[in-house]
Design a protein around this ligand. Structure first.
Ligand code: NAD
Ligand SMILES: O=C(O)C(=O)C[C@@H](O)[C@H](O)[C@H](O)COP(=O)(O)O
Ligand code: ZN
Length: 358
């Protein structure tokens, strides 16, 4: 197990690797002010698969089981989680443990951010994707109008990322989660991207130690951006690479039909094609597309452009009614750029053509 530090205004540790869960008890005991009680909010599937491990390692006074995955990020589940916190009698020195993927983490984090105007929480991520979601303090629930439309910045007190959970992930979730690893490489580190392309030929067979290395690297990249800009006033927007079109795809498909990482991959390929037109991108996009297709990622969605545009018009990065996209000049050099709907429509059709070519 290793420890990384996230240098937010209030720094905190990420414990990552084998046996990290064994540290939770001590970690909670050491928190100041002393924790008065603990509510565990846990993804249903994770509880089913790992109940014994969870009961042994995550101390709690009350437990509330969340619906699986994205179904947890709704107003009605938020109300129920809040009710569970009230019923458990949490006070301002209580703690919430968020255990699950990004959806459970976002819902539990938002519950912690708003319970009595904010109590502490720790993240216990259980998916590959959650190397991203558990770190950085973005918490939220969805609205039919768009992803994460109600939320708060609220940093966890710690992140405990035990690799034991990853062994039960279905391939589709591995693929979805790995898209955010690729995102971290694209926005920050050409060497890392090269390592990913060289090592990862089949997502069913990623070497365990390489996976852990890649997750740590992703967390370090994200941590450095969060250090510079915790509340997305400037460079944090780069972490949103692939998410403008990606979130539209996710919302259009009803939150669940297309997974977050699957949608982000479509959004990243879209943003690369847009970069070719807007920034004279210095990158071999076709080679990249070949690689991600070989990993069985889809790179387009058959959705009407007008409906995706309406969703992109609600994106949180927009200013003064202008859609703003994170584009790349080259790998490791993102830039936030205003884009016209006509340019977006052109790329939507190019992407469809590329997506249809085998
Ligand atoms: N807050 C952030 O900074 C941030 C960053 C990236 C993504 N997100 C959010 O994260 C969410 C996606 O997270 P995710 O991909 O982790 O998906 P998820 O939380 O929806 O979980 C995916 C599925 O895997 C199951 N699962 C979880 N852990 C498992 C395990 N160890 N073994 C077997 N099954 C397991 C869940 O029950 C669910 O069905 C999206 O809502 C996205 O918006 C947030
Ligand atoms: O941490 C960030 O900042 C990100 O943008 C990370 C994204 O991967 C993540 O999906 C995030 O939830 C998107 O945030 P949003 O502000 O676009 O809702
Ligand atoms: Zn994301």
């Amino acid at each position: 197990m290793e420890r990384l530090t996230i240098h937010a205004a209030q720094p905190y540790e990420v414990l990552i690797g084998e046996h990290a869960l064994g540290e939770v008890n001590k970690l909670i005991q050491d928190l100041q002010p002393k924790v008065s009680s603990v509510l565990l909010l846990i993804d249903e599937k994770v509880y089913q698969l790992h109940q014994q491990t969870v009961e042994q390692n995550l101390p709690h006074d009350a437990l509330y089981v969340l619906p699986q995955g994205e179904k947890a990020k709704t107003f009605s589940v938020y109300e129920k989680a809040m009710g569970a916190a009230l019923e458990a009698g949490l006070d301002r020195h209580s703690l919430i443990i968020a255990c699950g993927g990004g959806a459970a983490g976002d819902l539990a984090g938002f519950t912690a951010a708003t319970y009595m105007r904010g109590i502490r929480y720790i993240q216990v991520p259980t998916t590959i994707l959650a190397h991203d979601s558990a770190v950085g303090g973005k918490t939220a629930i969805n609205h039919p109008f768009g992803k994460n439309m109600t939320g708060a910045f609220h940093q966890p007190s710690a992140v405990v990322y035990d690799s034991l959970f990853l062994s039960t992930l279905p391939l589709r979730e591995i693929r979805s989660g790995f898209a955010e690893v690729i995102k971290h490489a694209l926005i920050a580190d050409p060497e890392f991207l090269k390592e990913l392309i060289d090592h990862v030929k089949d997502l069913k067979e990623i070497d365990e130690s390489f996976l852990l290395y890649a997750l740590k690297k992703g967390i370090q990249i994200k941590g450095e951006i969060v250090r510079q800009d915790e509340r997305e006033q400037n460079v944090r927007a780069y972490l949103n690479f692939g998410h403008t079109y990606g979130h539209a795809v996710e919302a259009w498909s009803g939150f669940g039909d297309k997974l977050h990482g699957e949608s982000v991959m479509i959004g990243m390929v879209y943003a690369l094609l847009l970069s070719e037109r807007k920034t004279s991108l210095d990158f071999n996009t076709d080679e990249f597309i070949g690689w991600v297709k070989s990993l069985s990622y889809e790179i387009h969605i058959d959705a009407p452009f007008g409906e995706l545009l309406a969703l992109m018009k609600k994106d949180k990065k927009n200013l003064n009614q202008m859609i703003r996209f994170v584009l790349l000049k080259t790998v490791g050099q993102p830039v936030l750029t205003k884009v016209e709907p006509s340019e977006l429509e052109y790329i939507h059709h190019s992407l469809k053509r590329k997506g249809e070519i085998q």
